[in-house]
Ligand binder design. Structure first.
Ligand SMILES: Cc1ncc(C[n+]2csc(CCOP(=O)(O)OP(=O)(O)O)c2C)c(N)n1
Ligand SMILES: [Mg+2]
Length: 810
């Protein structure tokens, strides 16, 4: 593929160019745009003929992206969506072969570096970590954070990427981190469809960037539709830049610079991007570039045709205003190229794209064919010696008849052959088993790996340091332990920043950060607006750019306002890039019982269901929480820590090494030994269980109490399962809904740890009621497990197995 006109130099100064230079730049641009269009046309055909599963393409959006690429420099970042192939080609962050490799779901990261075949086509990412988890130099590269398919789901992350430039520019202590930034000169480029600007996170992020004054450049690709829904049903006044005019920066105010430009006007686009990005980069002013009059020559995606919902007039207008056609006409009118030359260029480009597509298809096809051939050979050899020869030959015949076969077909045939010969033994059959085992290992790596970075930098590898206590250790409020822990970590590592609602000036609503803003400055410890999604996105962007953010959500109840960015973006990042990217954000929040429907949440079932890809820490007190922060701040994977809301004023002993001791993740702790029953609980209910344990002793029952400490990973060493060998009875206590996190815990103990083996009575759970807890102490008592409830639940189980010794209470 030809090089881009001016890759990454950020220079497009026509005045300095000779006409010949100018011509050649424009012609190269047109060629990139034209190749991109061909890729869209061929891509769609590949889907419609069954070679790929789904296609969504950037046709009709090419020219604006050529202009945007001219001002995109090394060190800059993109957070965009599925229309951006031309930009990716023009910057060199992707190319045609990678485009097709992703379309065909090639799981080889050498072929599809964005996702290793995991994402739908046109979902982009550059790989910015090495295989060992270390960072690649970001200022020497162009950087693309990994796309998500959810419309506007990338906006919160975009804010964080831009905000990192502000921190690098304003915090002189970060100067030595020169592989991440040069004086904060990096712009974060966002792209979004006109329809997606209707989403809440778009407005949330937009406002936040205006407040923060960060170098964020949002381009809205406006084709007047969002699939079939027209602008009239999406946007007030059908015009996003018109309604955002109130954000325009004025003399003496913060705000945006807002631009509007037509998507088929190459010259205007180049000038607009030049102007917009220079102010954005130099002054850290966010900019909006509203690119209107874009088209969709092939409709939204391969899922349907746009003739269903666009009028004849609209379709005719789109044909006439096709951006490449307009650019072509302008080039001919301006004597940049003549008709014959441009036709020849187009023919050559078509051939080139076709050739790239064929090569990519054949590369993957040949690999798969080799696997199919091997499976056929193995099944054939087995058929020779098997009593079910005919059936086996049928399996081979079916396999050979597959149109566009995949790996699943080869593996499926071998599995079927093994089932057919389940009662036979032979060397030939062993060969099938061996092949399957080795393919299973490879396929696991291809399709199931990298939920976490899994590198040597993982928090699971942080060394364990026990807390130490001086003889005269102070007994302090729990919040003071956290405070001392954060203080020590901020002093130790200048990359750490923390932000959230009320976190800065007052030191968070429970005083964990009290006094720290005064000590470390408001650039490191910062108040934010009420905007949970973009608090998490901010954390993600900062973490991607080498900083160590603690993003605070005031109460776990409000985590739901950020659940989409946490789940879709943060939790899936390592997996969806096949280990090419990481964002080690620590999300700090507080929860479990306190008062009222929205201040007593313990939605661990939701969290466990949505956030695989994060470590989930549920410390029972502030010492454990501090130890977990110490671990996580030394690791490179994202995590959520839920502190106990009712624990900040409870007294704990202050460790002498409060900023150094570590709590290992996934290590359950036995809080009280006992022989009669294993009771597993976490967070705030542990105090209740411990109180109940004392009362149960008086009733002659001795329970063993286990705190898993982290729900993900869960009790790596099978402490719970081993305890059951002694007690044979299991009760799980939590304050989530029935069948939520307690079911997850049961599944882990009974199934993963084989706990069912040791049980002599049915395992039980004791959870909160199905509704949220009403306000007031009575509301708490009648909705969440109380000491009475725990005592009686344990007693009832003991009574059931030995009513003589433990007569029923009721
Ligand atoms: C959160 C979410 N809601 C709905 C969808 C389904 N969807 C995919 S693309 C799309 C339309 C997007 O339109 P627009 O933002 O204008 O971008 P365009 O495709 O027109 O470039 C919709 C509704 C989605 N992917 N994510
Ligand atoms: Mg649109």
């Amino acid at each position: 593929m030809p090089e881009t006109a001016n890759p990454g130099t950020g220079k497009y100064e026509v005045a300095e160019l000779s006409f010949d230079d100018f011509k050649s730049i424009v012609i190269k641009d047109y060629r990139i745009g034209y190749e991109s269009r061909q890729a869209s046309l061929i891509g769609r055909r590949e889907v419609l003929t069954g070679k790929a599963k789904f296609g969504i393409f950037g046709d009709g959006k090419e020219v604006a992206q050529l202009a945007m690429a001219k001002v995109f420099r090394k060190g800059d970042w993109r957070a965009g969506y599925y229309r951006d192939q031309t930009f990716m080609f023009a910057t060199g962050m992707s190319n045609l072969k990678e485009f097709f490799a992703q379309l065909y779901a090639n799981p080889d990261v050498e072929k599809d570096p964005a996702s290793g075949g995991r994402q739908m086509n046109c979902h982009y990412a550059t790989r910015f970590i090495n295989a060992d988890g270390s960072w690649i130099n970001q200022v020497e590269n162009m950087n693309c954070s990994a796309d998500v398919s959810t419309t506007s789901g990338h906006m919160p992350r975009l804010l964080g990427l831009a905000y990192a430039s502000k921190l690098y520019r304003q915090n002189k202590e970060l100067k030595s981190l020169d592989e991440f930034s040069v004086n904060g000169n990096e712009v974060a480029f966002g792209t979004i469809g006109n329809g997606a600007t209707s989403e809440g996170v778009f407005f949330e992020t937009f406002n936040a960037a205006g407040v923060l004054q960060v170098p964020m450049a949002i381009s809205v690709w406006d084709d007047a539709y969002a699939i079939s829904v027209p602008a009239s049903l999406q946007t007030t006044k059908e015009d996003i830049s018109e309604i955002l005019k109130g954000f325009q920066r004025e003399n003496g105010t913060n705000g945006y610079e807002i631009f509007k430009v037509k998507g088929w006007d190459y010259v205007a686009l180049c000038e607009t991007y030049e102007r917009a990005i220079s102010v954005c980069r130099a002054e850290h002013v966010p900019v909006l570039i509203h690119v209107i009059e874009m088209t969709q020559p092939q409709g939204h995606s391969t899922s349907g045709s746009h003739e269903r919902y666009k009028s004849k007039e609209r379709l005719a207008w789109e044909s006439e205003h096709d951006c490449l056609l307009q650019m072509r006409n302008w080039m001919i009118e301006s004597a940049i190229i003549n008709e014959d030359e441009i036709t020849a260029l187009e023919e050559e480009a078509k051939k080139y794209v076709r050739q790239c597509q064929r090569e990519v298809w054949n590369e993957l096809g040949n690999e798969i064919k080799a696997e199919i051939d091997e499976a056929v050979r193995l099944i054939g050899a087995l058929a020779h010696v098997s009593g079910v020869k005919n059936e086996l030959e049928e399996v081979s015949t079916e396999l050979l008849a597959c149109v566009d076969p995949g790996r699943k077909d080869a593996v499926g045939a071998i599995r079927k052959a093994l089932r057919l010969t389940v009662k036979e033994t032979s060397n030939e059959k062993s060969a099938l088993n061996n092949w399957l085992n080795s393919e299973n290992i490879k396929n696991k790596e291809r399709f199931n790996s990298k939920l976490f970075s899994g590198s040597s930098l993982s928090p699971l590898n942080v060394s364990v340091v026990a807390p130490q206590y001086a003889d005269d250790a102070h007994i302090v409020d729990g919040r003071e332990i956290l405070n001392a822990c954060f203080d020590a970590n901020f002093a130790r590592d200048k990359r750490i920043v923390a932000f959230g609602e009320d976190l800065g000036a007052i030191g968070d609503v429970n005083q964990g950060f009290a006094g720290l803003q005064a000590k470390y400055g408001d650039i490191r410890i910062t108040d934010t607006g009420i905007r949970e999604s973009s608090i998490i996105g901010k954390g993600m962007g900062l973490a991607m750019r080498g900083l160590k953010p603690i993003a605070e959500i005031q109460y776990v109840d409000y985590l739901l306002y950020a659940i989409t960015v946490l789940s879709d973006d943060l939790a899936s990042l390592s997996y969806r890039t096949s280990g090419g990217q990481k964002a080690p954000v620590i999300v700090r929040t507080r929860g479990h019982r306190l008062e009222g429907i929205w201040h007593s949440g313990s939605p661990l079932g939701i969290i466990l269901g949505a956030l695989r890809g994060l470590h989930i820490c549920v410390p029972r007190n502030m010492t454990q929480a501090a130890g977990m922060y110490n671990t996580l701040l030394r690791g490179d994977e994202p995590a959520l820590v839920i502190e106990c809301l009712n624990g900040y004023r409870l007294k704990e002993k202050l460790p002498a090494n409060v900023g150094e001791f570590t709590i290992p993740l996934g290590k359950a702790e036995i809080l009280k030994e006992g022989a009669d029953m294993t009771v597993v609980s976490y967070g705030s209910t542990l105090r209740i269980v411990m109180e109940a344990a004392a009362e149960l002793e008086k009733l002659g029952i001795n329970i063993e109490v286990i705190d898993p400490q982290t729900l993900y990973p869960f009790d790596i060493d099978n402490v719970c399962g081993n305890s059951l060998r002694k007690t044979s009875k299991l009760l799980v206590v939590d304050e989530d809904l029935p069948g939520a996190a307690s079911a997850y815990i049961l599944q882990n103990i009974l199934e993963s740890q084989n706990g069912y083996y040791s049980l002599d009575s049915p395992p039980k759970t004791l959870s909160a009621k199905e509704h949220r807890p009403p306000y007031g102490s009575d509301g708490d008592y009648f909705s969440k497990p109380s000491v009475d409830d725990v005592v009686e639940a344990v007693y009832a189980m003991m009574s059931e197995s030995n009513p003589g010794k433990y007569p029923a209470i009721y």
